[in-house]
Design a protein around this ligand. Structure first.
Ligand SMILES: [Zn+2]
Ligand SMILES: [Zn+2]
Length: 359
């Protein structure tokens, strides 16, 4: 079968190759890939900065944001041939002392010895077919054909949003009103969507001009968009601050800006990945004092459990009913596998690029 392969650590090594067909083990399902989204993690892998091939393989099949169709499924597993599914990404580490992995939460792995399909130690989904255990496949309704590829990034945001809500409700009778999302890429847009579904007053803040497709997508949700050229983050937050901030850029100035933009008893979810090694001078005392005296809650979040995938599916269905076509519009570019180079290249007007494997 055809697959995209990369040599981890080697920039520009992505190829469309012919590899062995998958051979499902007893109890595994066989899937046909429909399309696979490309995100910042893929860009890093394709640029040679990230990624690890499975043991014994000189190359890695990348791709972790996948929409697929069941070709064959074991009897009684709850999946039927023809059904749409989204596979989860992270697999348990199997380390004896890792209690989150033992309890079906490899997203919270404490040994950090996990594998991730398409990223770390396991092949991903940029290929025509793959085998997988049914417990890692989340069934989707047929109506998800145009936007089901967004399941994985939506699951990552869902985990952070649900966790923030659960912890905040455990701390106090929380009634958030204002939310701020930094970053208008796919993750930021999906965060804005989930916060709008909770009826918050949402502002998204990024560098793009106000007429950029991403800014238009923000306004289509009934949220506000502010370009960073027009206002500082502190101005957007105002003197009262913001109840709920989701930081999706990893940009150091925005991360520390967000720490100072929280309203009393507010929560900041950190979802953006930073580059390494650059220092920043910050008003450390003021930041600490603000968090202490205002009961600020800050937490980081990565990956998603199967439960978060299921919740993401529910949210996508409600979002599609509320804003028909909005989700499909986020997948702004679809390319055939042979065009992987152009898919990597990106483009200023793009929101999400996907590699299309099958109809
Ligand atoms: Zn991703
Ligand atoms: Zn673990």
């Amino acid at each position: 079968m055809r697959a995209i392969t990369v040599k981890p650590g080697v920039a520009g090594s992505a190829r469309l190759a012919t590899v062995d067909d998958p051979r499902p083990a007893a109890g595994q399902a066989l899937l046909a890939t429909i399309e696979v989204g490309i995100c910042g993690t893929d860009h890093e892998i394709l640029a040679g900065g990230h990624g690890e091939a499975p043991r014994g393989s000189p190359w890695l099949i990348p791709g972790h944001e996948c929409l697929a169709r069941v070709l064959e499924a074991p009897e009684g597993c709850g999946l039927r041939p023809g059904q749409l599914v989204a596979p989860t990404v992270r697999r348990p580490c199997g380390q004896p002392r890792c209690y989150p992995c033992a309890h079906d939460h490899p997203d919270m792995c404490i040994s950090l010895q996990y594998t991730e399909r398409g990223i770390q130690g396991a092949h991903g989904y940029q290929c025509e077919r793959f085998a997988e255990w049914p417990r890692y496949l989340v069934p989707l309704p047929d109506g998800f054909a145009d936007f089901g590829v967004l399941m994985e990034p939506t699951s990552v945001v869902t985990k952070a949003i649900e966790e923030a809500a659960r912890v905040q409700r455990a701390r106090l009778a929380w009634e958030p009103q204002r939310a701020l999302v930094t970053g208008a890429g796919p993750v930021g847009l999906l965060a804005a969507m989930l916060l709008r579904l909770r009826h918050l007053d949402v502002t998204v803040y990024d560098r793009d001009a106000a007429d950029h497709p991403r800014a238009q997508a923000v306004r289509a949700l009934g949220a506000a968009y502010v370009c960073s050229a027009d206002a500082e983050l502190a101005q957007v937050a105002g003197a009262d601050g913001v109840d709920w901030i989701v930081e999706c850029t990893g940009a150091r100035a925005l991360v520390f800006g967000a720490l100072q933009a929280l309203a009393p008893a507010g929560v900041l979810c950190l979802l953006g990945v930073s580059g390494a090694g650059v220092s920043l001078e910050v008003p450390a005392d003021a930041i600490n004092l603000g968090l202490v005296l205002r009961n600020g809650l800050v937490f980081g979040s990565v990956n998603a459990s199967r439960e978060a995938f299921a919740q993401a599916g529910q949210s996508l269905a409600v979002a599609e009913a509320n804003w028909p076509g909005w989700l499909a519009g986020l997948v702004s570019v679809r390319v055939p596998p042979a065009d992987v180079a152009s898919a990597i290249g990106g483009g200023p007007e793009r929101i999400k690029t996907a590699v299309r494997w099958a109809g």
